[in-house]
Design a protein around this ligand. Structure first.
Ligand code: SAM
Length: 241
């Protein structure tokens, strides 16, 4: 990573209240792995160092706002992790948590697995699959303390995919761009339907770039009816609200 890239990462993290100096070698390694893998397979549209540092690394770290991911030993599922975001940056700075990055696309999870191995992120267990299937699997249903997701789907869809996987009292932390009143309203109704309640809507701007982001937190306040999640593809094709 160039000195400029290091400075952007340091500044972005500092604006989030984080000091990542000690983890700089891991971020540098992750940047190299991503650039190298992207030259072979199309993993992510972001290709320049500054884009990767700000729009992948710092953007992923913004999921730590509000301290919803603080706490030793949390089991965290990342739905639709793609090339490992937000999981990989989060796992670098939260080595005591257990992350399960999930994606339906095998080549993406192959990259996440090899990156986690190279970076020696022992708490990361990547999985190929769909959230709808996991949500019906007794080995996964109601077993996670947190579900995170970044740039995956509209809030009502995320509520249906995420809430079945949470333990009672668990939190879904959805990182999104700016969110409309309509989406938020639909998300509140969907959360209610699947045993959740929207407890926080944190609108903020991304460090350095100033792009608008929103962290929406849904707490699991009651059981999720057995009929959810519906079968693969249905939550997207026919959102609850
Ligand atoms: N979270 C990553 C990021 O921020 O860079 C990737 C975002 S990408 C736009 C959405 C990803 O979610 C895709 O890789 C897609 O395969 C995955 N995805 C969408 N719906 C899914 C589902 N129901 N189960 C598992 N993965 C899903």
């Amino acid at each position: 990573m160039t000195p400029e890239g290091q400075a952007l990462l340091g500044q972005g993290a500092a604006e989030l209240g984080l000091n990542v100096e000690g983890q700089l070698p891991q971020f540098e390694q992750l940047l190299d792995l991503l650039v190298e893998a992207n030259s072979r397979v199309n993993l992510t549209a972001l290709k320049t160092e500054s884009d990767i540092v700000l729009k992948h690394f710092v953007d992923s770290l913004s999921c730590l706002r509000g301290e919803h991911l603080d706490g030793a030993g949390l089991r965290v599922l990342d739905i639709g992790t793609g090339a490992g975001f937000p999981t990989l940056p989060l796992a670098i700075v939260r080595p005591d948590a257990a992350f399960t990055p999930l994606d339906s696309i095998r080549k993406k999870i192959d990259f996440v697995r090899s990156a986690a191995e190279t970076l020696n992120l022992k708490g990361v267990t990547p999985l190929v699959g769909r959230a709808e299937t996991l949500g019906r699997d007794p080995e996964h249903r109601e077993t996670y303390d947190r579900v995170v997701c970044r740039a995956v789907a509209a809030l009502p869809i995320l509520a249906e995919l995420g809430l079945p996987l949470l333990k009672p009292g668990g939190l879904l932390v959805a990182q999104k761009g700016p969110i409309s009143e309509e989406e938020l309203h639909a998300g509140r109704r969907a959360a209610d339907e699947v045993g959740g309640r929207v407890t926080e809507v944190d609108a903020f701007t991304l460090p350095v770039l100033g792009d608008a982001r929103t962290l929406v937190v849904i707490e699991k306040v009651g059981p999720t009816p057995k009929k959810y999640p519906r079968r693969e593809g249905v939550p997207n094709q026919q959102p609850l609200f």
